[in-house]
Write a protein that binds this ligand. Structure first.
Ligand code: HEM
Length: 431
């Protein structure tokens, strides 16, 4: 057994500054120096980090019972409650089993119409000869799609508008709390805290009202599937559980997809030969396979959920290394998905690779996580991205005002730092 190398750091902050300033640079530099796995300190906490797909497979899949979600998820749970993303053990399993049917491929296909309708409406609102902020548009669009598929709620309606005005700043606040290492407790009457808790109260009330409305009048939406779901003993979810799941799907179900759409647009606009090929395949039998390859490749390079964390509930062995009970282990899909020994031309955007061969390791690519806690919305997201990209590129010719690298912002998701502004110059022939 080998001891995990330790990065020594002085002072009470440890490597806080280096890590938070640029986590990917910090991690990759130290992987280069110390190998696949090391320990480092942030304030009073020591974190283990690994860049080895075997280790990831062990944690997420083979020995997943030895790990629970990390501290970041616990912080998220303070606001989100006990939804799928944050819950654990038997409670999580029951909720996952009850929610799974709502996310089966067949069920997801029935949301195609809504996704398309919202996308078309959004695209039609773009003006030619006027700049469009595509990054903001993608966030708005994915929020509209999740609101309608999940709750049958149109953001144009009065209730929808209230949700739209509360949710984005609420989520921003939540993300800040999770990603910041030092937080004041929510009960402290700071202005930020007060504003946040007040708006969350309104949001909770809206969700409760919507649930009780749907209980009486079910629709063709996810929430109606969840309301009618029963566990093995014939029990339904309680109103509180329904509420927590709805909030969770809102959070997990739009930002990641929006971010991925933005990166994909930027990648296509900086690889004109790929954009051209994609456009030429629209309307042919190869259209979906190529779009799919583009999306997979975009998520390889810019993995929206760029880091995943777990806490060991008992000792474990990762290859030769001993992980101890209580250790926090973090690993980045962003870095593993760019490993030169796992990927040919690792830094290049080359969608064709997905049509030629499979990744060499099951955990060389895990933008949706893996094992039992694999993202429940992965088919949902892929279908949504296909629709958005196809509609955008088949309706418009456009140039980005600035197509240089936009920079990376590592929050809960990996966002392009600069927003993508496009001049929609010409309406193309609709496919
Ligand atoms: C490109 C889009 C998306 C990406 C990259 C993504 C990524 C992920 C990842 C990496 C996890 C696992 C986290 C972990 O193991 O700690 C996860 C979990 C989850 N995702 Fe997604 N996600 C996406 C879209 C969605 C959508 C559209 C929904 C819902 C409509 C959703 C709902 C969830 C939920 C509920 C979980 C927790 C599942 C569980 O633990 O049982 N995600 N997602």
């Amino acid at each position: 057994m080998t001891e995990i190398p330790v990065i020594s750091s002085k002072g009470i902050f440890g490597d806080l500054k280096n890590y938070t300033k640029d986590p990917i640079a910090y991690l990759s530099l130290n992987f280069e120096k110390h190998g696949d796995i090391f320990r480092f300190r942030v304030l009073h906490r020591t974190l283990v980090t690994t860049n080895n797909p075997d280790h990831v497979q062990r944690i997420l899949q083979e020995n997943n019972r030895n790990y629970q979600k990390s501290l970041a998820y616990k912080r998220l749970g303070v606001v989100l409650g006990n939804g799928l993303l944050t819950s654990e053990g038997e409670f999580w399993l029951r909720q996952r089993r009850m929610s799974a049917p709502a996310f089966h491929k067949g069920e997801i296909a029935s949301y195609r119409e809504i996704m398309l309708d919202e996308t078309v409406k959004m695209m039609e609102s773009f003006h030619t000869n006027r700049p469009v902020n595509l990054t903001a548009a993608m966030t708005q669009l994915t929020l509209k799609i999740i609101a309608r598929t999940l709750l049958g709620l149109s953001l144009e309606d009065e209730v929808g508008q209230r949700v739209e005005s509360i949710l984005p700043p609420g989520l921003k606040f939540m993300i800040k709390r999770i990603t910041s290492p030092i937080n004041s407790p929510l009960w402290l009457p700071t202005r930020n805290n007060r504003e946040f808790t007040d708006s969350m109260k309104v949001l909770h009330q809206i969700i409760e009202d919507l649930i009780s409305f749907k209980e009486k009048q079910p629709g063709e939406d996810l929430i109606s599937v969840l309301i009618n779901a029963r566990d093995e003993d014939g029990q339904r979810m309680t109103p509180q559980q329904l509420h927590d799941e709805v909030l969770t799907f809102f959070l997990a179900g739009h930002e990641t997809t929006a971010v991925s759409a933005s990166w994909t647009i930027w990648l296509l606009k900086t690889h004109p030969e790929i954009e051209q090929k994609m456009r030429s395949l629209f309307g042919t039998p190869d259209e979906i396979a190529y779009l799919h390859a583009i999306i997979q490749e975009s998520m390889r390079l810019y993995s929206p959920a760029w880091i995943v964390g777990r806490q060991a509930t008992g000792n474990d062995q990762l290859g030769d290394y001993q992980v101890k009970k209580g250790d926090s282990v973090i690993f980045s899909s962003y870095l593993i998905q760019r490993r030169k020994d796992l990927w040919e031309d690792a830094e290049q955007f080359r969608p064709e690779r997905w049509l030629e061969s499979k990744p060499v390791h099951k955990y060389a690519y895990f933008p949706f996580g893996g094992g039992p806690r694999l993202c429940i919305g992965n088919h949902f997201a892929l279908q949504e991205l296909e629709i958005i990209l196809k509609e955008l590129f088949s309706r418009y010719q456009f140039d980005l005002q600035d197509d240089t690298f936009p920079g990376e912002d590592y929050t809960l998701t990996l966002r392009p730092r600069r927003q993508l502004i496009a001049d929609m110059t010409e309406v193309a022939v609709k496919v």
